[in-house]
Design a protein around this ligand. Structure first.
Ligand SMILES: [Zn+2]
Length: 334
């Protein structure tokens, strides 16, 4: 780029060099890797507004890092995840009209503003903010925002479950998972079906009920409901990774396990924290659940364990092995 050089007194060829410069932001000095324009002839520095602004932004970002402040892009992301305009976001926060605009364009934010933005980054907190404060948004804007928050939360739960599923379960349908990829949402529905219907449900029994549900559905339809795999364990077939899955369900407020002591024995009671979700399971799937529930309603944990020991799939496999769905055809529930 040709530019006028004051020292040379004429238009000259220029180039950009990097050098360390000291910049002051809010009374603090920072070393910044600056890009500056110099004259090719005398080497003197030439003024260039664009490069100067870049350097200033770098210095601002150093300041932000030092004070743990959000970067302009991060502020923008927080606003955009809620589908708000700069003006709408400022209104919601009861800040000046232009405040968000200035922050997103590089002005350093007030510390208290920064804390509020950080807080509101979590959809859960945004919900709390909306219910705890008098909001300047009208009813329509407020409802739209609530819808957005709900869909973020839903997607987040989904992606979290998907991630866990990818980590612990095969994403290839096979005879080991009933030709279905693990489906956390359906498994939650199956667990809630039994937990909400039963007066008292112990973990051992629940695991058997889930196993029978998948096996019988597979026997009749050629595919499982939950995509779970079942291991041959001491007390009968057990859903693989059930401890991780039940932990997820506890975190998601689906259910939890209470441990109580009864005559010196530990009892693991399944406690529902959620109603049975509508629209997750098909009518045919619910029909199988009803049949399994009725068949075993009078069975205690020990009885159902013993009962499952007689299944071909169990007797034909060794401890710790996966019981393939191919044995499902042998199960008779009369
Ligand atoms: Zn020059």
């Amino acid at each position: 780029m040709r530019k006028y050089c004051n020292q040379c007194g004429r238009e000259v060829e220029t180039r950009i060099i990097s050098k360390q410069e000291k910049y002051e932001v809010c009374g603090e000095t920072f070393d910044v890797d600056a890009q500056v324009l110099v004259c090719m002839d005398c080497g003197g520095e030439l003024f260039c507004e664009e490069l100067d602004n870049d350097t200033l932004l770098k210095a601002y970002n150093e300041y932000r890092k030092n004070h743990k402040l959000l970067l302009p892009d991060e502020i923008k992301k927080i606003r955009e995840q809620y589908g708000l305009s700069q003006r709408g976001f400022a209104k919601l926060l009861n800040w000046g009209d232009k405040t968000i605009h200035r922050y997103e364009n590089g002005s350093i934010q007030d510390k208290a503003h920064n804390s509020l933005l950080l807080f509101l980054r979590e959809p859960e907190n945004m919900k709390k903010y909306l219910s705890d404060n008098e909001i300047m948004l009208d009813e329509r804007q407020k409802n739209k925002l609530l819808d957005t928050i709900n869909s973020i939360e839903k997607n987040f739960g989904k992606s979290k479950a998907d991630k866990v599923a990818k980590m612990f379960f095969s994403d290839v349908p096979s005879i080991q998972n009933g030709y279905k990829v693990f489906d956390y949402e359906k498994l939650c529905a199956v667990v809630l079906f039994f937990a909400n219907k039963s007066e008292e449900l112990l973990k051992v029994k629940l695991l058997k009920l889930i196993n029978y549900t998948d096996m019988i559905y597979y026997k009749e339809n050629g595919v499982s409901i939950t995509g779970g795999s079942y291991l041959h364990m001491q007390y009968g077939p057990v859903l693989q990774n059930y401890d991780i899955i039940f932990g997820m369900m506890t975190a998601d407020n689906i259910m939890h396990i209470d441990i109580v002591f009864d005559n010196g024995y530990e009892k693991h009671k399944v406690v529902s924290d959620h109603e049975f979700p509508k629209g997750v399971l098909t009518k045919a799937e619910i029909d199988v659940l009803e049949r399994i529930y009725n068949k075993f309603s009078d069975f205690g944990s020990a009885e159902i364990s013993n009962y499952s020991h007689n299944e071909k799939g169990y007797s034909s496999t060794k401890h710790g092995e996966i019981i393939p769905y191919s044995y499902a055809k042998e199960i008779q529930l009369d």
